[in-house]
Design a protein around this ligand. Structure first.
Ligand SMILES: N[C@@H](CCC(=O)N[C@@H](CS)C(=O)NCC(=O)O)C(=O)O
Length: 204
Protein backbone atom coordinates (compact mmCIF):
# COMPACT_ATOMS: atom_id res chain seq x y z
CA UNK A 1 0.00 0.00 0.00
CA UNK A 2 1.22 3.47 -0.87
CA UNK A 3 0.33 6.44 1.32
CA UNK A 4 0.45 9.97 -0.04
CA UNK A 5 2.18 11.38 3.02
CA UNK A 6 3.72 14.44 4.63
CA UNK A 7 5.46 14.79 7.99
CA UNK A 8 3.56 18.07 8.50
CA UNK A 9 0.04 16.71 8.17
CA UNK A 10 -1.95 15.85 11.32
CA UNK A 11 -4.41 13.73 9.32
CA UNK A 12 -1.56 11.74 7.78
CA UNK A 13 -0.11 11.36 11.25
CA UNK A 14 -3.44 10.00 12.47
CA UNK A 15 -3.32 7.29 9.80
CA UNK A 16 0.28 6.38 10.62
CA UNK A 17 -0.32 6.33 14.40
CA UNK A 18 -3.28 4.08 13.71
CA UNK A 19 -1.19 1.84 11.43
CA UNK A 20 1.49 1.47 14.12
CA UNK A 21 -1.15 0.70 16.75
CA UNK A 22 -2.50 -2.07 14.47
CA UNK A 23 0.92 -3.45 13.59
CA UNK A 24 0.47 -2.53 9.92
CA UNK A 25 2.92 0.35 9.49
CA UNK A 26 5.50 -1.79 7.73
CA UNK A 27 3.02 -2.62 4.97
CA UNK A 28 2.70 1.08 4.06
CA UNK A 29 5.12 2.86 1.74
CA UNK A 30 5.03 6.60 2.48
CA UNK A 31 5.44 8.91 -0.50
CA UNK A 32 6.26 12.51 0.33
CA UNK A 33 3.47 14.68 -1.06
CA UNK A 34 3.30 18.46 -0.94
CA UNK A 35 -0.19 19.92 -0.64
CA UNK A 36 -1.54 23.32 0.28
CA UNK A 37 -5.08 24.71 0.36
CA UNK A 38 -4.07 27.34 -2.18
CA UNK A 39 -1.81 25.18 -4.41
CA UNK A 40 -3.50 22.01 -5.66
CA UNK A 41 -1.10 19.12 -6.28
CA UNK A 42 -1.79 18.15 -9.90
CA UNK A 43 -0.22 14.71 -9.50
CA UNK A 44 -2.53 13.86 -6.62
CA UNK A 45 -5.79 15.11 -8.19
CA UNK A 46 -6.23 12.07 -10.49
CA UNK A 47 -5.88 9.77 -7.45
CA UNK A 48 -7.99 11.78 -5.00
CA UNK A 49 -10.36 14.25 -6.68
CA UNK A 50 -10.28 16.47 -3.56
CA UNK A 51 -6.49 16.81 -3.76
CA UNK A 52 -5.98 16.03 -0.08
CA UNK A 53 -3.71 13.82 1.95
CA UNK A 54 -3.81 11.25 3.40
CA UNK A 55 -4.72 9.19 0.34
CA UNK A 56 -4.04 5.47 0.34
CA UNK A 57 -3.36 3.68 -2.95
CA UNK A 58 -4.14 -0.01 -2.65
CA UNK A 59 -2.26 -2.78 -4.45
CA UNK A 60 -5.18 -3.22 -6.91
CA UNK A 61 -4.76 0.40 -8.02
CA UNK A 62 -7.83 1.77 -6.23
CA UNK A 63 -7.57 4.68 -3.81
CA UNK A 64 -9.06 5.28 -0.37
CA UNK A 65 -9.61 8.61 1.35
CA UNK A 66 -10.10 10.36 3.74
CA UNK A 67 -8.26 9.58 7.01
CA UNK A 68 -11.40 8.16 8.67
CA UNK A 69 -11.99 5.73 5.79
CA UNK A 70 -8.33 4.74 5.62
CA UNK A 71 -8.22 4.04 9.36
CA UNK A 72 -11.37 1.94 9.21
CA UNK A 73 -9.91 0.02 6.26
CA UNK A 74 -6.69 -0.64 8.21
CA UNK A 75 -8.80 -1.82 11.15
CA UNK A 76 -10.30 -4.49 8.86
CA UNK A 77 -6.84 -5.90 8.03
CA UNK A 78 -5.57 -7.03 11.41
CA UNK A 79 -6.55 -9.69 13.91
CA UNK A 80 -6.09 -7.68 17.12
CA UNK A 81 -8.65 -5.72 19.12
CA UNK A 82 -10.57 -3.28 16.89
CA UNK A 83 -9.73 0.42 17.28
CA UNK A 84 -13.21 1.15 15.89
CA UNK A 85 -15.30 -0.68 18.52
CA UNK A 86 -17.88 -2.76 16.69
CA UNK A 87 -21.03 -1.93 18.66
CA UNK A 88 -22.62 -0.49 21.76
CA UNK A 89 -21.76 2.63 23.75
CA UNK A 90 -18.01 2.09 23.24
CA UNK A 91 -18.52 2.55 19.48
CA UNK A 92 -20.44 5.83 19.78
CA UNK A 93 -17.98 7.19 22.34
CA UNK A 94 -15.04 6.35 20.09
CA UNK A 95 -16.73 7.88 17.03
CA UNK A 96 -17.66 11.03 18.92
CA UNK A 97 -14.08 11.40 20.17
CA UNK A 98 -12.86 10.80 16.63
CA UNK A 99 -15.10 13.65 15.46
CA UNK A 100 -13.90 15.89 18.29
CA UNK A 101 -10.25 15.30 17.40
CA UNK A 102 -10.90 15.68 13.65
CA UNK A 103 -12.96 18.85 13.98
CA UNK A 104 -10.42 20.38 16.34
CA UNK A 105 -7.74 19.59 13.74
CA UNK A 106 -9.87 21.08 10.94
CA UNK A 107 -10.23 24.29 12.95
CA UNK A 108 -6.49 24.40 13.62
CA UNK A 109 -5.71 24.02 9.92
CA UNK A 110 -8.21 26.68 8.86
CA UNK A 111 -6.88 29.00 11.58
CA UNK A 112 -3.33 28.42 10.43
CA UNK A 113 -4.26 29.13 6.83
CA UNK A 114 -5.76 32.45 7.88
CA UNK A 115 -2.54 33.35 9.74
CA UNK A 116 -0.53 32.59 6.57
CA UNK A 117 -2.39 35.20 4.50
CA UNK A 118 -0.73 38.59 4.12
CA UNK A 119 -1.37 40.49 7.36
CA UNK A 120 -3.69 43.16 5.86
CA UNK A 121 -5.94 40.43 4.40
CA UNK A 122 -6.33 38.52 7.68
CA UNK A 123 -9.73 38.77 9.31
CA UNK A 124 -9.60 39.55 13.07
CA UNK A 125 -13.10 38.06 13.41
CA UNK A 126 -12.04 34.77 11.80
CA UNK A 127 -8.84 34.61 13.87
CA UNK A 128 -10.78 35.26 17.10
CA UNK A 129 -13.44 32.71 16.17
CA UNK A 130 -10.88 29.95 15.59
CA UNK A 131 -9.03 30.75 18.80
CA UNK A 132 -12.30 30.56 20.75
CA UNK A 133 -13.28 27.24 19.13
CA UNK A 134 -9.86 25.69 19.69
CA UNK A 135 -9.68 26.80 23.33
CA UNK A 136 -13.23 25.55 23.87
CA UNK A 137 -12.34 22.11 22.47
CA UNK A 138 -9.28 21.87 24.73
CA UNK A 139 -11.46 22.82 27.73
CA UNK A 140 -13.92 20.07 26.74
CA UNK A 141 -11.05 17.57 26.53
CA UNK A 142 -10.10 18.40 30.10
CA UNK A 143 -13.40 16.76 31.14
CA UNK A 144 -12.72 13.77 28.89
CA UNK A 145 -9.24 13.01 30.25
CA UNK A 146 -10.12 10.52 33.00
CA UNK A 147 -12.34 8.48 30.68
CA UNK A 148 -9.71 8.52 27.92
CA UNK A 149 -7.17 7.15 30.37
CA UNK A 150 -9.55 4.42 31.55
CA UNK A 151 -10.83 3.24 28.14
CA UNK A 152 -9.00 0.94 25.72
CA UNK A 153 -7.17 2.81 22.96
CA UNK A 154 -9.52 3.58 20.07
CA UNK A 155 -9.68 5.76 16.97
CA UNK A 156 -10.92 8.51 19.31
CA UNK A 157 -7.71 8.46 21.34
CA UNK A 158 -5.63 8.58 18.17
CA UNK A 159 -7.54 11.53 16.68
CA UNK A 160 -7.42 13.55 19.92
CA UNK A 161 -3.70 12.89 20.45
CA UNK A 162 -2.93 13.97 16.88
CA UNK A 163 -4.95 17.16 17.31
CA UNK A 164 -3.05 18.04 20.52
CA UNK A 165 0.25 17.13 18.83
CA UNK A 166 -0.62 19.51 16.01
CA UNK A 167 -1.25 22.33 18.51
CA UNK A 168 2.28 21.73 19.85
CA UNK A 169 3.65 21.70 16.28
CA UNK A 170 1.99 24.84 14.93
CA UNK A 171 0.45 26.73 17.88
CA UNK A 172 2.95 26.28 20.72
CA UNK A 173 2.24 29.87 21.84
CA UNK A 174 -1.32 28.86 22.67
CA UNK A 175 0.04 27.29 25.87
CA UNK A 176 -2.87 24.81 25.86
CA UNK A 177 -1.64 22.88 28.89
CA UNK A 178 -2.11 25.78 31.30
CA UNK A 179 -5.34 25.23 33.24
CA UNK A 180 -5.80 21.81 31.61
CA UNK A 181 -3.66 19.57 33.79
CA UNK A 182 -5.68 16.39 33.34
CA UNK A 183 -5.72 16.29 29.54
CA UNK A 184 -2.09 17.46 29.52
CA UNK A 185 -1.16 14.49 31.74
CA UNK A 186 -3.14 12.09 29.55
CA UNK A 187 -1.39 13.47 26.47
CA UNK A 188 2.09 13.20 28.01
CA UNK A 189 1.46 9.50 28.64
CA UNK A 190 -0.10 8.82 25.23
CA UNK A 191 2.64 10.74 23.43
CA UNK A 192 5.20 8.26 24.78
CA UNK A 193 3.62 5.40 22.82
CA UNK A 194 5.91 4.20 20.02
CA UNK A 195 3.15 5.01 17.48
CA UNK A 196 3.35 8.69 18.47
CA UNK A 197 7.13 8.86 18.89
CA UNK A 198 7.73 7.29 15.46
CA UNK A 199 5.37 9.71 13.71
CA UNK A 200 6.40 13.02 15.28
CA UNK A 201 5.83 16.06 13.05
CA UNK A 202 8.84 17.42 11.20
CA UNK A 203 8.70 20.72 9.30
CA UNK A 204 10.29 19.53 6.07
N1 LIG B 1 -11.04 15.25 6.19
C1 LIG B 1 -9.74 14.98 5.60
C2 LIG B 1 -8.86 16.21 5.81
C3 LIG B 1 -7.51 16.04 5.13
C4 LIG B 1 -6.78 17.37 5.00
O1 LIG B 1 -7.32 18.45 5.26
N2 LIG B 1 -5.52 17.27 4.58
C5 LIG B 1 -4.73 18.43 4.34
C6 LIG B 1 -3.31 18.22 4.82
S1 LIG B 1 -3.28 17.97 6.56
C7 LIG B 1 -4.69 18.67 2.83
O2 LIG B 1 -4.54 17.74 2.09
N3 LIG B 1 -4.79 19.93 2.42
C8 LIG B 1 -4.72 20.29 1.04
C9 LIG B 1 -5.94 21.01 0.58
O3 LIG B 1 -6.79 21.39 1.41
O4 LIG B 1 -6.07 21.22 -0.62
C10 LIG B 1 -9.13 13.73 6.24
O5 LIG B 1 -9.54 13.38 7.35
O6 LIG B 1 -8.28 13.08 5.62
Amino acid sequence: MKLYWSSRSPFVRKVMVFAHECGLAERIVCVRTVVAMTKPNVDLLPVNPTGKIPTLLLDDGSALYDSAVICEYLDSLHGGPRLFPESGPARWTALRRHALGNNLTDNLMLWRNETLRPQPQQSPEILAAFELKVRNAVAALEHEAAALAADPVSIGHVAIACALGYIDFRFAALDWRTGHDRIARWYETFARRPSMVLTAHVDQ
